[in-house]
Design a protein around this ligand. Structure first.
Ligand SMILES: *[C@@H]1O[C@H](CO)[C@@H](O)[C@H](O)[C@H]1NC(C)=O
Ligand SMILES: *[C@@H]1O[C@H](CO)[C@@H](O)[C@H](O)[C@H]1NC(C)=O
Ligand SMILES: *[C@@H]1O[C@H](CO)[C@@H](O)[C@H](O)[C@H]1NC(C)=O
Ligand SMILES: *[C@@H]1O[C@H](CO)[C@@H](O)[C@H](O)[C@H]1NC(C)=O
Length: 527
């Protein structure tokens, strides 16, 4: 152990086995932090591993990250692995990494069942390991999660210094081996990893139950089912119309939910209704499906029937082509005016194909204030040599005779890539041409998946425990989004301008208020 911080590696490509036994006991010592509120779900396996670290750490959300070196058992092969302390990485688990020019395996003992597996990367030049040279495969059992994967190209593409990849795999054994192997066809290639999470999920959260007949496979005749043998990669998880939700604020599975603004196609009106006073009643879907804030915020089209009938409220998600995607749309009606089936009926288009002719959330849920989700599968084919394509989700009001209000609503979106004969790996993004502004300061660490929490972490590290208390307050304070207190159909431009000046969370509303208050759209009246 004592020599781990020394830089050892050999040019020989030999198998290095990092065996990490019996991680299952760890979940019991994870510190409950979320204001003492019980989470709807408690994962049986809950492992957070801080790779390359020599001591256990607790992140600011109260989660324990375990040093992989303290349980690194195989002494004989350690020569090909180094640990690295990174000074630029501020947050756990990005402060340290484990790197190797030969392949290595992490081996976990888990309970059988579906798991989230999250791999955290901070592509940086670690000592003599050039950031640009990391190209490696990651395999779990028969699944290829990543192939000749370049974290550097991925981070550049995401415009984020750090990022995490989330996979769902059904483990039928008690052994879970994660194999990292450098791509031998790339010069000086090596593999690295900063953090690994393994978290159990409810059996039928995403995987279809045995008696489940399946869901709409867009543009196909037969329904689709998510089989246990399929591996999934989460590509987007979005709280539509609301703010991002950090892993600690999830329902117990440490999922991250981001904002939807950057996926919305530009120039079209939309409004962000919110109802903080509803207490969603989980009578249709389990209460761990998504955190409550997802169901308290939404995006709708607005109240001008003429305008709404002439556009589709559209989000576009860039995905690897040549895969089938699993799309889950979350809904909850909470606006005063929408009380009965038929009040707000709309069409849903996925990849420009009608997936739902008459989406009626109240009739799906049985009542207002009841969250529901609908699942869809869609094949995103490969057109020529294009590596990526947009997967679009679009909403449009149903014909006027079918719906009281010509509008549409969406509260949340999850999109997963489905394994194709065990493979989930897509091509690396193209190299981003270097921008000729060399003098500018490097951007601060901003992980793609959790910018707000990391920002808080940075502050917290600097100012210690006093700040920590403040941060708890910040994280768990109620959302400061302004609640629309006036009637939905009486919203006026004046209401919007008063929301503009109302505080930090106005940005979503403010951004779209220009559209909603454009001259031709100035009056809000009953439809
Ligand atoms: C979630 O639902 C389960 C089963 O209905 C219930 O036992 C549990 O108390 C609920 N948890 C929360 C936090 O609402
Ligand atoms: C890392 O590799 C890139 C591309 O091969 C090269 O341009 C750069 O100079 C290298 N950096 C260092 C520090 O060697
Ligand atoms: C919020 O939901 C509650 C309960 O359904 C309802 O009484 C109230 O009118 C809603 N508020 C708004 C602003 O829609
Ligand atoms: C809706 O928008 C149209 C076209 O922009 C406009 O002519 C009309 O007056 C608006 N209707 C209402 C009720 O505001």
């Amino acid at each position: 152990m004592k020599n781990f911080t020394q830089r050892f590696f050999s040019s020989q490509k030999k198998l290095c086995v990092l065996t990490l036994f019996h991680f299952t006991f760890l979940y019991s010592i994870t510190i409950a932090f979320a204001g003492g509120l019980p989470k709807p779900y408690t994962p049986h396996d809950n492992i957070a591993l801080d790779c390359g670290s020599t001591n256990n750490k607790i992140d600011l959300a109260g989660r324990s990250w375990f040093a992989d070196s303290t349980i690194f058992l195989d002494q004989s092969n350690k020569v090909s692995v180094i640990l690295s302390s990174v000074t630029k990485g501020n947050s756990i688990p990005y402060k340290t990494a484990r790197l190797s020019r030969s392949q290595f395996t992490y081996s976990f003992t888990v309970t059988p069942g579906p798991k989230f597996i999250r791999l955290h990367f901070y592509p940086s030049s670690y000592q003599e390991f050039n950031r640009s040279n990391a190209f490696f495969d990651v395999h779990i059992g028969g699944y290829t999660l990543l192939r000749s994967f370049s974290p550097a190209l991925t981070a550049d593409y995401l415009k984020s210094e750090v990022f995490a990849k989330e996979f769902c795999i059904n483990i039928d054994d008690q052994k879970l081996n994660i194999l990292f192997s450098p791509d031998p066809s790339m010069p000086d290639s090596y593999a690295f990893i900063n953090g690994i999470e393994i978290v159990s999920m409810p059996n039928n959260l995403y995987y279809s139950a045995d008696d489940d007949t399946g869901f709409n496979f867009v543009n196909q005749v037969n329904p689709y089912r998510i089989l246990e043998k399929q591996a999934l990669e989460t590509v987007y998880r979005v709280n539509v119309g609301g703010s991002s939700i950090s892993p600690a604020q999830d329902t117990g599975m440490y999922r991250n939910w981001s904002e939807d603004d950057e996926y919305l196609t530009n120039g079209k009106p939309s409004v962000l209704p919110v109802n903080l006073s509803i207490n969603p009643s989980f009578s249709v879907i389990p209460n761990y499906s998504a955190p409550i804030p997802v169901y308290k915020t939404a995006r709708t089209m607005g109240t001008n029937k003429t305008v709404n009938e002439n556009y589709r409220l559209t989000w576009e998600f860039r995905v690897d082509s040549g895969f089938t995607y699993y799309v889950r749309l979350h809904f909850c009606e909470f606006q005063k005016e929408i009380t009965e089936p038929g009040d707000r009926v709309f069409q849903i288009y996925i990849d420009n194909i009608v997936a739902e002719h008459q989406a009626d959330v109240i009739s799906w849920a049985g009542a207002k204030g009841v969250p529901v989700y609908r699942d869809y599968a869609v094949m995103i084919g490969r057109a020529g040599t294009e590596k990526k394509r947009n997967l679009s989700i679009a909403l449009h009001p149903a014909p006027a005779w079918r719906t009281k209000y010509s509008d549409a609503i969406l509260n949340g979106v999850e999109i997963f890539k489905l394994s194709n004969e065990g493979n989930l790996a897509g091509a690396n993004p193209d190299r981003i041409p270097t921008i000729p502004h060399q003098n500018s300061l490097p951007p601060p660490i901003r992980p793609k998946y959790n910018s707000r929490a990391i920002f808080l972490i940075v502050i917290g590290v600097a100012s210690g425990f006093v700040a920590l208390s403040a941060i708890c307050f910040l994280i768990f304070r109620p959302k400061s989004r302004v609640e629309v207190s006036s009637s939905w159909y009486q919203l006026s431009c004046k209401d919007y301008s008063s929301m503009d000046g109302s505080g930090e969370e106005h940005s979503g509303v403010g951004k779209h208020s220009k559209n909603t208050c454009s001259p031709e759209n100035k009056k809000w009246d009953l439809l």
